[in-house]
Design a protein around this ligand. Structure first.
Ligand code: GLY
Length: 269
């Protein structure tokens, strides 16, 4: 996810990978990570790439009780001085949130927080932002009450929210799409209807990529025309180059093995 606009991507929060990472949830892209040291090397490469492109990165310690704790994106939704703290959609991930929320509340001066409650569920990984337009996935992790909670915040801010049903073969909306710029959506064939995103604002476009490059459709666009993406997805990479962007690819194999994409590993704030 990035729920901040491109020009707001100056700071990112990440979290170290615990030794227990081999027990991370995996059902979609991967059959489970096997090499924690390699995952840590790849994670360091990810952090260094963000820093190279001008992002200040703060790293939280890992929590051995939570194998998925490095996937911070799911735990907090930061939008224009507000922070929605979702109730994560998988029970094993619920207690990951407190240190993340505590850090962001300290770092974001004057931030207004909104808590989700009751039966509402949401993973931050189900949200993408295209300028002033937001999309949320209705998924195994995000339910209608969670979506209503997000809608309440976005109504306050004057932003439109559109809901996209995530098919069984995908975890999150960000598992199958991203917005490398404030006017571009990348999405693979074979997962969503052609009209899933609806009519877009002038100048915005959906680019459909080959189904087998689904993992490559998760990208991190940065303010200086740079984009980070996973290595090994040539059609997506060429599309980004054709759009005039400068692409850096990262080896994400051990992150992918736990169903994690690039955006899963950070919260921009
Ligand atoms: N392994 C990331 C997740 O399932 O939430």
């Amino acid at each position: 996810m990035a729920t901040v606009r491109l020009d707001q991507k100056r700071r990112a929060l990440v979290r170290r990978i615990p030794d227990s990472y081999t027990k991370a949830l995996s059902k979609f892209f991967g059959s489970g990570p096997t090499d924690v040291e390699k995952a840590r090397e790849q994670h360091l490469g990810y952090i260094q790439a963000l820093e190279r492109h001008g992002v200040t990165v703060h790293t939280l310690e890992a929590d051995e009780n939570h194998p998925d704790c490095m996937f911070v994106e799911d735990q907090a939704v930061v939008i224009d001085g507000y922070m929605l703290l979702p109730v994560p959609g998988h029970p094993s991930r619920m207690a990951e949130q407190p240190p993340i929320a505590e850090y962001l509340m300290g770092a974001l001066e004057g931030v207004q927080t909104c808590d989700m409650g009751g039966e509402a569920r949401m993973d931050g990984g189900d949200i993408i932002r295209l300028g002033d337009l937001f999309f949320v996935g209705r998924s195994t992790r995000t339910n209608d009450l969670g979506i209503a909670s997000l809608r309440g915040l976005l109504d306050t801010l004057g932003y439109e929210l559109r809901v996209i049903d995530i098919p069984d073969g995908a975890l999150h909306l960000t598992s199958i799409s991203s917005t490398p710029t404030d006017s571009t959506i990348l999405v693979p064939e074979g997962f969503l209807h052609k009209d899933a995103f609806g009519d877009l604002p002038d100048g915005c476009e959906v680019h459909w990529m080959p189904e087998e490059e689904v993992y490559g459709c998760n990208t991190i666009g940065l303010p200086n025309g740079k984009v980070l993406m996973a290595q090994g997805y040539p059609t997506v990479q060429q599309k980004l180059v054709d759009l005039g962007l400068e692409v850096e690819t990262l080896d994400m194999s051990e992150i992918r093995a736990a169903d994690g994409s690039l955006t899963c590993c950070s919260i921009f704030y």
